[in-house]
Ligand binder design. Structure first.
Ligand SMILES: [Zn+2]
Length: 263
C-alpha cells in the first residue's frame, strides 16, 4: 500500500482485528452484488469506501424518480440511466481504486453461475423469491458464502449462509421453494427509507468480515428487524438434512423467471 492508501484506510488499519493484513484481504476480494437498489446501494457504497478490490454489480433496471427516496447510490440526474452505470459512477467518485464491473442484466442460468463461481462473497440484494432461489442454488453449487438481505414496509431481515461449510443451512432450508410463492409486487409496496439502509449496511459488515475472516459471521442466524419498535429478533437456522438443494444437491438452474429486482 502506498502512503495515500495507508491514509485512506487508516481507521481500518488502526483496528487490531483488521490491520494491514485485513485491508490487503479486502483489496484482494471480489464481491458479487445482485441488485443495485435499496439494499445494494448502501452495501456497495460501504464496500467501495472500505476498499474491496472488485465489485461486480448486476441489475437490469434503470433509475426512476420513485427510487431516489431510498436508493442512495443514485442521484436525481441519474434518472433514466442503468442503475449499475449510475452506481459505478458514484462509487468511482468515492474510491477510484475499486474496480467496478457493471452488469446491466437480469442474471440467470449459466451467466449467474459464472459470476457466482468467480466471487469470494455473494450479496443477494434482490426482492423476489425466484431470483433468491437461483442465487442460492449457484452458491450451494460453488460453495460460496451468501449474504442475504430483504426489506419491505418497516420490516427487514438479514442472514448469512456460509456454504463453504458442509453443516451450514442454505436459503432453501429456511424458505423451501415449492413453486407456490406469491411474489409481492415491488411496484406497489411501501418501503420505509432507512430500513434498506440498516439492512444493506449490515450486509456490508458481514461481507467485509467474511472477506477478512474476522470475528464471527452471522452464519446460522436470521436477524429480523421491526423498525416501528426498533426491535431485533434472532432465529437460529439449522441445515435441513432433507433439503433438496444443499442436502440432495439439486443445484441446477431453472428457466429464468419474470422478476423485478432491487427494491
Ligand atoms: Zn438447504
Amino acid at each position: 500500500m502506498d502512503d495515500d492508501q495507508l491514509l485512506r484506510y487508516s481507521r481500518h488499519i488502526l483496528l487490531p482485528e483488521i490491520g494491514i493484513d485485513g485491508q490487503e484481504r479486502l483489496r484482494a476480494g471480489r464481491v458479487l452484488v445482485i441488485g443495485a437498489g435499496g439494499l445494494g446501494a448502501p452495501l456497495s457504497l460501504y464496500l467501495a469506501a472500505s476498499g474491496v478490490g472488485r465489485l461486480v454489480l448486476c441489475d437490469h433496471d434503470t433509475v426512476d424518480l420513485t427510487n431516489l427516496q431510498r436508493q442512495i447510490v443514485h442521484f436525481t440526474d441519474s434518472i433514466g440511466k442503468n442503475k449499475v452505470d449510475s452506481a459505478r459512477e458514484t462509487l468511482a467518485r468515492i474510491n477510484p481504486e475499486v474496480r467496478v464491473e457493471a452488469v446491466p442484466e437480469r442474471v440467470a442460468g449459466k451467466r449467474l453461475e459464472d459470476l457466482v463461481q468467480q466471487a469470494d462473497v455473494v450479496a443477494d440484494c434482490t426482492d423476489n423469491f425466484a431470483t433468491r432461489h437461483a442465487i442460492n442454488r449457484a452458491c450451494v453449487r460453488f460453495r460460496k458464502p451468501l449474504v442475504s438481505g430483504a426489506a419491505v414496509r418497516f420490516d427487514g431481515q438479514i442472514a448469512v449462509f456460509d456454504l463453504r461449510r458442509e453443516d451450514s443451512a442454505c436459503y432453501h432450508c429456511l424458505f423451501p421453494d415449492e413453486g407456490e410463492f406469491e411474489e409481492t409486487r415491488c411496484a406497489v409496496m411501501g418501503v420505509f427509507a432507512p430500513i434498506v439502509g440498516i439492512i444493506g449496511a449490515s450486509q456490508a459488515a458481514e461481507t467485509l468480515k467474511l472477506l477478512m475472516d474476522v470475528g464471527q459471521s452471522l452464519n446460522g442466524n436470521l436477524l429480523m428487524l421491526d423498525a416501528l419498535s426498533m426491535q431485533w429478533r434472532s432465529i437460529r437456522l439449522r441445515k435441513d438434512e432433507r433439503c433438496r438443494v444443499c442436502a440432495a444437491g439439486d443445484t441446477a438452474q431453472r428457466e429464468p423467471a419474470e422478476v423485478c429486482e432491487a427494491r
